[in-house]
Design a protein around this ligand. Structure first.
Ligand SMILES: Cc1cc2nc3c(=O)[nH]c(=O)nc-3n(C[C@H](O)[C@H](O)[C@H](O)COP(=O)(O)OP(=O)(O)OC[C@H]3O[C@@H](n4cnc5c(N)ncnc54)[C@H](O)[C@@H]3O)c2cc1C
Length: 448
């Protein structure tokens, strides 16, 4: 083995520092052909070993790419030399106080395990990004992940009250804790949330929980076009009913994923909403009636849906659309809610201009669009799909939105950050990075 692997084995043990297997060199952008390289894959057992590994790498000028579940959509966990640092052995629950609605977990705990643990104790951890069996809490924090229910409950960062992270040159750092409010000093917790492994390596987090909602009622509604569906979203908000989630599928996504939909789809439907209300049973029933009425405006049909079946189907939309032509180039933008219809129609128009099929769906209540350009990854379509996807970013910025709502910047979107921010803002971000990581070894080439 190389001198680097031998040195790291002295810290984590022989079986936990290895030459890299290919599966650790990609993330969910693999379908776009993104594969990295690394000299070693290292799996520390705990925060102390993470600190020792970072310390050794910092002293020896070796780049470190932290990796959670590898479900990211921006190439953030794809290493470019150096080591891939895996958090998957850090899965301990350090403390859990169900009666106080709080938990402290290590970063490598799978998101779905946290959901199950909360549920078994009558509690709820609301952030629900779609790859929950694969993603880890640390990865969710590093990307500030969202998901359908972020509409009511907010994104991951909203639930983080404290963090433990390893910072350069190899120190364990803590900020916050089991306190629900904290404005002492600058918000370093907030800075680390969403920093995509470029400022430090999250090793544990204090999280807030809430009592599990007693009931949840999803409704589906179908519209003849995008404008009618987007008008209905504004009617829902205007009615004052607090939906927990408002998801949409455009005409193309509905045509493809609709084949597996566990219910009827009316003829002429070219836009679908999936909205849910939750809470204490009687309260949720009242909200369901109000939601139903609001969704009816301009609708071809509104129907109740079985929660398990409809959300399982919703989780499969991305896979169904990818399978349609064997691949897709996707990006996740967000716009102010009153520009949503223009953005969705803009995505379809971009696809038509480039001669590729376009489909979009996403977290409509948050104005968050997952736009996909479908292609056979081996064919010349892939180049056209890539060119189409690049036009999403100016579209988002022109409509007053953002080039990334929840998937992060990684390497995939880094060249486009300058569209959204003036040079002075980028300079400030680079200065923050330099304070945390003076040698530029923490996830180099990502984010800023
Ligand atoms: C089918 C599917 C559906 C998805 N749906 C959603 C969705 O609804 N909402 C959403 O927001 N995302 C969604 N995603 C994207 C993805 O699941 C999230 O971005 C998730 O938070 C990534 O977590 P991960 O553990 O897999 O991180 P990884 O992919 O391993 O890493 C992501 C980034 O975080 C960094 N990182 C990972 N762990 C740490 C750590 N402990 N400390 C510091 N940095 C770290 C990595 O370096 C990288 O930059 C989906 C992905 C798939 C495949």
């Amino acid at each position: 083995v190389s001198a680097l692997v031998a040195a790291l084995r002295a810290i984590v043990g022989a079986e936990h520092a290895q030459p890299p297997a290919r599966r650790y060199l990609t993330d969910a952008t693999q379908a776009e052909g993104r594969v990295g390289s690394a000299e070693a894959v290292v799996l520390p057992a705990d925060a102390a070993e993470v600190a020792a590994v970072v310390g050794w790498c910092y002293a020896n000028d070796v780049a470190i790419t932290p990796r959670g579940g590898g479900s990211g959509f921006s190439g953030g966990a794809v290493p470019d030399g150096g080591i891939a640092l895996l958090l998957e052995r850090l899965t301990r629950v350090r403390s859990f106080d169900p009666l106080l609605w709080r938990i402290e977990v290590e970063a490598g705990l799978p998101t779905a395990s946290l959901h199950r643990l909360a549920r078994e104790n009558g509690l709820h951890f609301p952030p629900d990004p779609g790859a929950a069996e694969q993603s880890q809490i640390g990865g969710n924090i590093a990307t500030n992940a969202g998901g359908p229910h972020a509409f009511k409950y907010g994104v991951t960062g909203h639930w983080v009250t404290g963090l433990e992270a390893v910072l350069a040159p190899g120190e364990i750092f803590r900020v916050g804790g089991p306190v629900r409010k904290d404005v002492a000093g600058y918000d370093l917790r907030g800075l680390l949330v969403g920093s995509e492994g470029t400022l430090g390596i999250v090793t544990a987090a204090w999280l807030r929980l809430v009592p599990r909602p007693e009931a949840a009622f999803p409704l589906v509604a179908f519209y003849p076009d995008t404008q009618a569906g987007c008008d209905a979203i504004e009617t829902v908000l205007g009615s004052g009913v607090q939906a927990a989630a408002i998801e949409y599928l455009d005409a193309r996504a509905l045509a493809i994923a609709g084949r597996a939909y566990p219910g009827g789809i009316p003829a002429g439907a070219r836009f679908m909403l999936l909205a849910e209300v939750d809470g204490e049973r009687r309260e949720a029933e009242r909200a369901r009636a109000a939601l139903d009425e609001a969704l009816h405006e301009g609708a071809l049909a509104v129907a109740e849906a079985d929660p398990d079946r409809v959300w399982r189907w919703r989780d499969g939309v991305s896979i169904a659309v990818t399978a349609h032509r064997g691949g897709k180039i996707s990006d996740d933008i967000a716009v102010p809610l009153d520009r949503l219809a223009e953005a969705i129609e803009g995505v379809a128009a971009i696809g038509a201009r480039h001669g590729v099929e376009a489909a979009s769906w996403g977290h409509a209540g948050d104005g968050n669009i997952h736009a996909s350009f479908l292609c056979d990854p081996a064919g010349d379509e892939a180049g056209r799909a890539r060119a189409a996807a690049a036009e999403l970013f100016p579209l988002a910025v022109e409509l007053g939105g953002t080039i990334s709502a929840e998937h992060g910047i990684g390497t995939a979107k880094r060249p486009h950050l300058a569209l959204q921010y003036p040079e002075a803002t980028l300079r400030l971000m680079r200065a923050v990075k330099a304070v945390f990581d003076p040698k530029g070894l923490l996830n180099p080439g990502k984010k800023v």
